[in-house]
Design a protein around this ligand. Structure first.
Ligand SMILES: Cc1ncc(COP(=O)(O)O)c(C=O)c1O
Length: 487
């Protein structure tokens, strides 16, 4: 059809008067219908519209049998009213537990008062207050804040501010082996997972170093004056809860100053009190040039993320009217209800003493896990981490799995590849109502990131469950898993 011709046509009087065809409502589900979907319906819709392949993993772990009806504090409640203890914690996004009453109340009041959301035309009192709070929680002159809605977005902002401040003479970015900084196109180039990188075209100005290897970093800085930025998770989450020691971070700060390199600390997972300090880097008495928070910053109720830069770095990148809009906030950056949710969450963090409690209960969790390690040395290889960011590494059974079981496992379990965490995780959920997480790169690690409201009694419940599952011994654990799969 020739649209130009149609646009020039004058409508006749009759045509202009003709009633418009009514827009028909498509076959939409209502909120009530959404809540009422049962497991077969959800499975069907998930397969048709979301991610059919992902269902495979859910089935391996038994997660596909759960419909969460309610969540409160440390627990989910499923369709049968069963309580599920949450030691997964949304990969660190549930510091305040599920539906913290103060956070819910703040949101309800905000809605009842009909406050505004979008903060593009006018300044927002909520975004400015949240920026103030974040600067107040951050050491040194980490004062300038960019608000977004995902960890990836905050990390995109972080590498962009650093790249602009480093300048065109120093365009290269160092990142670490086994890093995870998100999956959006920019940060994909510094996320070290071949699965995620797929066939995508990555930027070519990156340099990869082993995590925690200060000599490799010094060599890179010394040999390549084009390096302007280094990006590191302070604790590697996806890598399997990996930390570097204080000497590493202190030397890193010194090398960055010496070679004029800007240090971006990714605290998306380990920040906001998770390791027993607001930022994990505070354990080492160092301050990066740029950092990023997300996950629990949304109080477990909303999507909120922040990039926080030293004022000098930010001003160099975007400090003039001419440069101010280069990476100004996106449409939903600093949206009202999300900001007040985060404001309340930060207040709760301190009012309830959650950072100190995390340090204390985290020590207890680590101690109890070490008791289990001593009881099951042939199963548990290492217990590591800090606060509520804990990794439990099992021995690699791909080598030592009893010979009789290997072919069955290989057949059934092409994705878990004989990973003991997968078997144990599925039994914990099925038999004890306990949920744990896994890591992106190390299939032998169970990742524990319970909410920071976790108390000793929850640790005891978790340890009792884990102890019972491990007491079954490897052969029963594996056979049981296999039986559940073929059922
Ligand atoms: C350290 C780290 N950085 C960045 C991200 C990306 O965050 P998001 O999934 O909110 O985009 C994650 C997510 O797991 C993360 O763990």
């Amino acid at each position: 059809m020739n649209t130009a011709v149609r646009l020039n046509e004058q409508p006749t009087l009759d045509a202009a008067k003709a009633p418009r065809a009514k827009t028909e409502k498509p076959n939409l589900l209502s909120v009530d219908q959404a809540k009422a979907l049962d497991l077969p319906q959800m499975t069907d819709l998930f397969t048709q519209h979301l991610n059919p392949g992902q269902l495979h993993f859910m089935k391996l772990l038994g997660f596909h049998k759960i419909k969460v009806e309610r969540a409160e504090g440390m627990y989910y409640y499923d369709q049968n009213g069963r309580k599920i203890l949450d030691f997964f914690g949304g990969f660190g996004s549930l510091a305040f537990g599920h539906n913290h009453p103060r956070i819910i109340e703040a949101r309800k009041t905000f809605q009842d008062e009909k406050r505004h959301e979008i903060a593009i035309a006018f300044m927002s009192q909520y975004a400015t207050a949240l920026a103030h709070n974040l600067a107040a929680c951050s050491p040194g002159d980490l004062d300038m804040v960019f608000l977004g809605s995902s960890g990836s977005e905050a990390m995109e902002a972080a590498i962009k501010v650093a790249e602009r401040a480093a300048g065109p003479q120093k365009p290269k970015v160092v990142y670490a082996e086994n890093s995870f900084h998100g999956k959006t196109k920019g940060v994909l180039s510094i996320t070290d997972g071949s699965l995620y990188r797929g066939q995508f075209k990555l930027v070519d100005n990156t340099v990869r170093v082993p995590f925690g290897d200060i000599e490799a970093i010094e060599n890179a800085f010394r040999s390549d004056p084009e390096i302007g930025v280094i990006v590191l998770e302070t604790v590697q989450g996806g890598g399997g809860i990996i930390q570097a020691d204080a000497a590493f971070w202190q030397k890193l700060r010194q090398l960055c100053d010496q070679y004029g390199v800007l240090w971006v600390a990714d605290e998306v997972q380990c920040g906001l009190g998770r390791t027993g300090k607001f930022y994990a880097f505070e354990h080492y008495d160092v301050v990066p040039d740029v950092t990023a928070l997300a996950k629990s910053l949304g109080g477990g109720k909303t999507a909120m993320a922040a990039m926080i830069a030293r004022r000098e770095v930010y001003m160099k990148a975007y400090g003039t009217p001419k440069t101010a809009m280069i990476h100004a906030m996106a449409t939903f950056g600093g949206i009202g209800e999300a900001c007040i949710t985060s404001i309340e969450a930060l207040n709760v963090l301190y009012d309830e003493g959650l950072i100190d409690r995390t340090a204390e209960v985290g020590d207890y969790l680590l101690d109890q896990l070490r008791v289990l390690q001593a009881r099951y040395p042939s199963l548990i290889k290492e217990v590591r981490g800090q606060g509520m960011m804990v990794g439990l590494e099992f021995h690699d059974f791909s080598q030592t799995m009893p010979l009789v079981l290997r072919p069955v496992i290989a057949m059934l379990d092409d994705k878990l590849k004989g990973s003991l965490p997968g078997f144990i995780g599925s039994h914990l959920l099925r038999d004890h109502g306990v949920l744990v997480a896994f890591t992106e790169y190390n299939r032998n690690v169970i990742r524990l990131e319970p909410p920071l409201i976790c108390e000793r009694e929850h640790v005891d419940q978790f340890i009792t469950a884990l102890d019972e599952v491990m007491s079954r011994g490897i052969i029963r654990i594996v056979k049981d898993f296999v039986t559940a799969q073929v059922k």
